[in-house]
Design a protein around this ligand. Sequence first.
Ligand code: WTA
Length: 607
Amino acid sequence: MLDYEKTYAESIKNPEDYWEGIAKELSWYKPWSKVLDWQYPYARWFVGGETNVVYNALDRHLETPVADKTALIWISQDMSERKFTYKQLNTEVSKFANGLKSLGVKKGDKITIYLPRIPEQFIAMLACLKIGAVHSVVYSGFSADALKNRVEDAQAKIVICSNSYPYGKKIIDSKKNVDIALAENKTVEHVIVVERIKNNTNDTNSRIKHIKWNELVTSQSTECKTEVMESSDPAFILYTSGSTGKPKGVIHGHGGYMVGIYATLKYVFDISPDDIFWSTADAGWITGHSYILYSPLINGITTFVYEGTPDFPDIEIWWRLIDKYKITKFYTAPTAIRALMKFGEEHLKKYDFSSLKILGSVGEPINPEAWLWFYKHVGREKIPLMDTWWQTETGMHMITPIPSVKLKPGSAFKPFFGVEADVVDDHGNKVPPNTQGYLIIKKPWPSMFLDVYNNPTRYKETYFEKIPGVYFAGDSAKIDEDGYYWIVGRNDDVIKVSGHRLGSAELESAFVSNPKVAEAAVIGKPHEVKGESIKAFIILKQGVTPSDELKTELVQTVRKSIGPIATPDEIDFVEKLPKTRSGKIMRRVLKAQELGLPVGDTSTLDD
Ligand code: WTA
């Protein structure tokens, strides 16, 4: 195993050399002429190089023994299995890619994928990249309105969805959401429908042409040439929430992105060829893109996916699956650990877990209690737990341990190789040890996002202007006397509810979409299981009477506008909101008041 300090010191002597060495482990159609072109705030890696993520995730394995290895194991909610070797997955991807081409999809076209956790979700993603189309995966739990905004912003030409699908005991009619979302759409030409549940045909009387997935692929050739892409050509757009406005489309490219995700998985999870890697995320989020799909395949290992939730059909399902499928690396979120912890460790005692070699955590700060529980009862105090800090924008792990280092429960350790980070004050000066400050990244890294789709101003303002010269992550952190990073949480108006990223502004506009609401202010409040929960302060329109029924109605308003993940826990009706003289709501003041903390500087407060 690697010596972290030595390797890190070498890697940052010249990060470009370090990343170039990694890039050489992957396959390129044409080598780069320059490792990095850094025109602040835009980084372009492996300039002049030509490749494709799929060339590395599938094609390059086909001539090797990896071809017959299992690439994907998928388990449905009723425990049926679908397994694909690399060769078989390549065939499915090629057929679907040819299907997309037959519908006129060309390089650079945008395709929205609104699918639940089923193999077609991954096949569709790979097929898009293979032909140079740009996918935008929208989490299947998002509502029709949220889907509509994302399809419109991306100007998608195709939407891929399922008719309906099982989710725990429920059946979700997801096609209905698509019909609502596309009712007035102007750019979508075709909707491709996967029949997750047989014989469930929905009425599709919209003007957009609908095609069933199976019918589209039946007569397609199993051969499809992988498109040659420039290193910084876009691979995908993924919408994520920020402090202000609507969710933004984070763009990732082919070359740099694949280099970063390849190296991080390889070293953080100490990848070996016989690994069966299970990330419990959904491909609707960046963790699913980077570490369920692309990096495990680029590394040539087996990725494991369970369709259901951690509590269905019962709360031991994850533990049973780990033993049954001999999972070697298990990567999940603190919120899931905290939820499962509540049922007690008795539920884990009868499981063997001897296949497990490394555990991982992502999505929000992990409290030492949850860390120790996971380490003790799942890891049996024998295997390392990697707390990985990163973001949709970073594409890859940034602050993370590797298995050989000494761990401290609750700390995400130190920067990954080739990554230079720090914790600074308002002026960009390093803060003393154990002092809270802003987490920044000092130099570009290969999986850095390329831009915000259709909004370069937002790219510059959000990430590169708060502290000039560096990437401003939006998180607060401390570095202790041993150099270990402790992530405190977001320092902007982003709320992490069960690891899902939501913006206060987007929640507030959901509330005011109800005609009874005049104004809304939303804050995140610490929550024992979810990490944070949503609390809203609502000013009603004149003449509207506050009531519990109205609270219920407002909860529905938000669920309809964003989705069940945005369900508020508390709603207070108020007469006034703290504002600056220029009319900006001071959420910081509301939050301090709510938590009984000092409200701080209120000199700019209007009232
Ligand atoms: C938070 C998820 C503490 C953080 C990959 C970040 C974490 C945001 C950790 C990005 C961690 C993620 N410890 N906080 N290990 N991992 N976060 O874009 O606030 O959905 O800014 O990406 O999640 O969320 P996103």
